[in-house]
Design a protein around this ligand. Sequence first.
Ligand SMILES: *Cc1c(COP(=O)(O)O)cnc(C)c1O
Length: 413
Amino acid sequence: MKNSRNDKQEENIISPVLPTYARADFAVDHGKGVYAYDQNGNEYLDFGCGIGVNNLGFCHPDLVKALTDQATKVWHTSNIYRIPGQERLAERLAANSFADTMFFTNSGAEAVECAIKMARKYHYENDAPERFRIITFEGCFHGRTLATIAASGHEKLIKGFGPMLDGFDHLPFHRDMSKVEAAITHETAAIMIEPVMGEGGIRQVSSDNMQILRDLCDKHGILLIFDEVQCGMGRTEKLFAYQHSAISPDILCAAKGIGGGFPLGACLATEEVGRCMTAGSHGSTYGGNPMAMAVGNAVLDVMLEDGFFDQVEKMSYELRKGLMTLRNKYPKVIELVRGVGLMLGLKLKLEPAAFVAKALEHGLLLIGAADNTVRLLPPLIIEKEHITKALKKLEKICAEIEKDLPDPQTDDE
Ligand SMILES: *Cc1c(COP(=O)(O)O)cnc(C)c1O
C-alpha cells in the first residue's frame, strides 16, 4: 500500500512523466494555421512550430485529410511487406534531391543513426573497414540516442551516460573549413555537419565552406553527411538547405518538417552509398508506416506546388527586414540577426530564456538555442499580417527587456 499512486503524488516523489524537460507551464489545446490556442481560448502566434516541425502550420486541411483518409484504410503492416506510400514518397524525394535511395524512420535521431551505420558499412564493403570515424562540429546537435550524443560530444548531452560510443572526432566550427583537413586520418569515414545549425544557434555553413568540405571528402575518399533534420524540408526556402550551394552530400538526414507534425524521418543516400545496405542490414518496425507515408506525401504535395518556395522567400525577406530594424533600435538587447529562409535567429546580449518567457506572455511562441540565440521558426505558410503582428510583439518584448536591463552607471557604485 505504501507505494500506491496517491501516496506518491502526495509525497511529490516524481512526476509520472520523467522530469527530463524544464517545461513551460503552458499547453496547446488546439491550433489552426499559424495560431495555437490554450484551454482558455488564449491565442498565440506560433513562431516555433514545435521546434521546426509543424512547417505547414496546425491542422493543414490537406494533411488532416491525408491522415484521416489513411486512418480508415490501414495503419501498420511492417516492412516485411511492400508499402506503396513509401515507394511513392521515396521516388518523389529522390526526384527533388541528390538522392537515389532512402530509409524511413520515426525520428531525426534514427535518421542520423542510419547515416552513421551507412557510412561505416560503406567503407566496410569497400575494403576499408578501418574507416569508421566521423568528424563532427562544436555546437552540433544530432539527437539523443547513445550514438548521436557521442556524435555531438557535448558535455551537457553526454554527462552521466558514459562510456561513449567510440568513433567521433569533434572539431571547432571553423570559419575556414579547409582547417578540417588536418583532422582527416586513414580511419576517417565521413564528415557530418548541419548546413544550418539549429540547436547550436542558427549558424550557417557558407557556400564556400560547403564546397571546401565536398572537395576534402572527394580528395580523401570519405563521405559527406548533411544533418538537415531541422534545416531541411523547406525551412530555408529550398526543399533542402544544401541546395543553396553548388554541391550535394552523399547522405542526408531529414525529419522534423517532413511529416508536418506526424513522427517521420528519412535517411537519403546516393546509389553508390546506399548499395551497401543490403537486405537484413538495418530495420525499423514502424519506420515508413502507411500513416506517416500518407502525411509525408501530402506535405510534399503542398511544398511542390508552384510558387510555394517563392512565397517563403518573400516572407523571409519581410521578417528579416523587420528583425534588422529591431536590431538597430534595440542594440542593447539584440546583437545580430542571422539565418536563412524562415530559419532565423536573434543572437541576444542576454540569456534567451527570459526573452522566450516574455514572448509567451505576449502570445508569441519562440524557441531558445545555444549561443544566446532565440530561434524564429514560423510555419512556412505565414503571411504578411502574421509577420507584422509578430514584429509588434517582438518590439514590445525588446522594449520591456531593455527597460529591465541594469543601468551600467548605477551598477558601478
Ligand atoms: C531535432 C534534431 C535531431 C533529432 O531529431 P529527433 O526527432 O528529436 O530524434 C537531429 N538533428 C538535428 C539537426 C535536429 O535539429
